[in-house]
Structures are given as C-alpha cells and as structure tokens.
Design a protein around this ligand. Structure first.
Ligand SMILES: *Cc1c(COP(=O)(O)O)cnc(C)c1O
Length: 384
C-alpha cells in the first residue's frame, strides 16, 4: 500500500478555532464587530505597531496601502519579479506601472543594488517582498529612499509585502513597523491562517484613517459603531472598497495569534532538521545575520528541479514552486513588454527552486520521509 500522502500545506486548526467560530456564530454578530476590534488591538500589541487595520486579504491590504499614499495613473512602483501576482496586480489597478527588479541569488529577495537604476521621476513607491519569511535588506532600501529625498525633495514610499513574514525579524525587530506601511496575509496557507484575510500595520494615523474608511465603502465611520449609540447617520467621503474582515475570521485569527509563536517554533524545528540533513548535499536559501525567518517556505535549490519534483510525487509528497516570475506571465509580458533577459537571476532561481512541505502539524515520520527522498535525489545530483 502506498504511503499516506504528505500534502504541501495543512492549516494548523484545532478545536479552539472551531469553538471560537461557534461562539461568534452564536453571538448574533457575524461580520465586522467586536472580534475584529480585539484582533486588531492584539495584532498591534504583538507587532509593536501603532495601528493595525484588518481587511479580507493581503491583496486588499496592498491595494488600500497604495490608495493611502495616493498612487496615481502613470506612477511607477518598484517590486521584485519573484513574487505572487498580487504584488503586481494592485499597482495595475491604478493605471500605474509595476517596475520589476531582479532578485539576489542567495535569498531570492529584491536585489537592493539594482533598485537605484530603476528609479525615475515617476517612482512613487517600493514594495519589497520578504520572500519565504527572510526579511529584505530594509536598511539598504531605507537608505536609498532617504538619499532620493535629500537629492530631489521627493518621497518614495516603502510598503512591505509581509505576506510571508509573520513573525520575522529584521535586525532583531519584528517586521511590521519598519516602513510606512506593512501588509500581512492570513490566507489558508500562510503562517497565520483564517481562510481569507489580511492586515495593514502602520505608525501613521493618516494612513490608518484612509485605510479604515476605504475598506468599507468610504463610509466615515465603521458601520458597527452605529449600534454604539451613534444612530443611523453616516457620510460617504470617498469611493471606497468592500474589503472589511468579518468577526468569524477574526475569531479564528485571535486563536491563531495566541499560538503563533508555538507554530513558528515548530516550523523552526523542521527547518533545522532539513538544514542539517541537506548540509553539503542540496542548497537552500541562506539566512542573513541578525534576521529571523518565519520559515513560511523551505526552498531547495537544485540543478534538476523537475526530477526532484517527480521523485517527491512518486513518493506521494506534494511540493510547489515559488514563484513563477511576474515577467513570465502572459498579461504582464504583453502589457508592460518586460524582457526576460533583464532578470537573469530571477530566471535562474526560478529554474532551480522547489519548495518542500513545512508546517507545524507535520509529523516526524513525514519530515523524515521528505528528507529521505531529497537525499536520494542528491546522490545523483551535483551541488549547484
Ligand atoms: C499570498 C501572497 C499575497 C496575497 O495574499 P492574499 O491574502 O491571498 O491576498 C501577496 N503577496 C505574496 C508574496 C503572497 O505570497
């Protein structure tokens, strides 16, 4: 009989989440309400950011962040090409252009040494993506925008795509309060999962107010506050979006936030096991100095990615590839005329990368099984 399948990801959900949802359903208030408020407060406390504004996805978080900085048609936003399409699509919503930057070979993060040459008079923002959970070189990015401000008087905003980076540390500080705005994802496969959800963190009241208003139709105050004695009146101050989180999701989020450190520890144990087993056999992403990764993904770098993928499949193990670069996708290629040769490192890492399963509920037997197949593969592979 073949072994039981090892899935690429399994959300870490137990009775506590189920009970929390049941309580919310029984409470009579199932959309944005007290649970959302509590989740935002506890998230801010955890991250150490002044404001946390919840939404229904990280894509919405990025969209509203770009609204908050007033991105306009014709503006440019610098993003790494090695990212999920959401990072690019939110820029296109505005009629603005995603300017793609190549990535570093060791970390697959945006190559900060290539950012300055991409800056033009239209550059409005940079969205670094903390790939797999390892923080980008934020000091370098902040230095670049500071220098640009000194030279031209123009601010370039920094919005972190932290969909992989909860909890990750840059220079011993949690990701979430280092830049103008930071966006987290609570999608089913992310390190804190509520199904669909996201959060923006910021220390700016101005951005926080803008996002709060635009996540709910541009209404000048939260609808549920109307039950707080405010009566029936509300005013609409902008053409907003419908991006709010529900209390059902927030009640799951509260339980997940409570066990975030424990889940993170468990992924760390698996990552250490993989690191030790693959030492000298297979390359994987490097972790820099004082950074701590969430280990959202564990990415191997091999010379024959498709062969390793097939071997894992034959052994009933799911793997995945992160990411198909933005400049490969039909829509982006034809709309923005990206040239494949402009991103040599991203092309290379795309061909070599394979993400293997890593999640808190993986059993030791499952981890060992993955190690065994990868080690078998490595016997006939040369380290690249
Ligand atoms: C998952 C992901 C997103 C989008 O998150 P959603 O919550 O699904 O909208 C954005 N950027 C990156 C890098 C991601 O991995």
């Amino acid at each position: 009989m073949p072994d039981k399948k090892i899935s690429f990801h399994k959300a870490c959900i137990d009775q506590k989440e189920i009970d929390a949802v049941t309580d919310t359903l029984k409470s009579g208030w199932i959309t944005m309400g007290p649970k959302v408020k509590e989740f935002e407060k506890k998230f801010s406390d955890y991250i150490g950011a002044k404001f946390s504004i919840s939404v229904n996805s990280a894509t919405a978080a990025l969209h509203l962040s770009l609204r908050a900085i007033d991105l306009k048609r014709g503006d440019e936003v610098i993003i790494p090409t090695n990212t999920f399409v959401a990072t690019a699509e939110v820029v296109v919503y505005f009629g603005a252009k995603p300017v793609l930057c190549d990535v570093e070979y060791d970390t697959h993060n945006i190559d900060t040494s290539k950012i300055e040459s991409l800056i033009t008079s239209n550059t409005k923002a940079i969205i670094p993506v903390h790939f797999s959970g390892q923080p980008c070189d934020m000091r370098e990015i902040h230095d670049i925008v500071k220098k640009h401000k000194e030279n031209t008087g123009k601010k370039i905003y920094v919005i972190e795509d932290a969909a992989h980076a909860l909890p990750s540390k840059y220079n011993n500080k949690l990701i979430g309060s280092l830049s103008d705005l930071t966006c987290f994802s609570f999608y089913a496969t992310k390190t804190l999962a509520v199904g669909e959800g996201g959060m923006v963190t910021t220390n700016s009241k101005q951005y926080a107010d803008s996002i709060k208003i635009n996540r709910l139709h541009g209404i000048s105050r939260d609808v549920w506050n109307r039950s707080d004695g405010g009566g029936w009146f509300y005013d609409v101050v902008s053409c907003g979006n419908k991006y709010n989180m529900t209390d059902i999701s927030a009640s799951i989020g509260l339980v997940q936030l409570n066990k975030l450190d424990d889940m993170n520890y468990k992924r760390g144990v698996i990552a250490d096991k993989y690191d030790n087993a693959f030492k000298g056999l297979v390359k994987h992403l490097a972790i820099r100095g004082n950074n701590a990764t969430s280990n959202h993904l564990y990415v191997l770098k091999v010379s024959d990615r498709d062969k390793l993928y097939d071997m894992l499949k034959e052994n009933n193990i799911d793997a995945s590839v992160h990411f198909i670069p933005i400049h490969f996708h039909a829509f982006y290629k034809s709309k923005f005329n990206y040239k494949r040769d402009d991103y040599p490192i991203a092309n290379k890492v795309f061909n070599e990368s394979l993400s293997i399963p890593i999640y808190p509920d993986m059993s030791e037997v499952e981890v060992n099984k993955v190690i065994q197949v990868v080690t078998d593969y490595a016997k006939n592979d040369k380290i690249i």
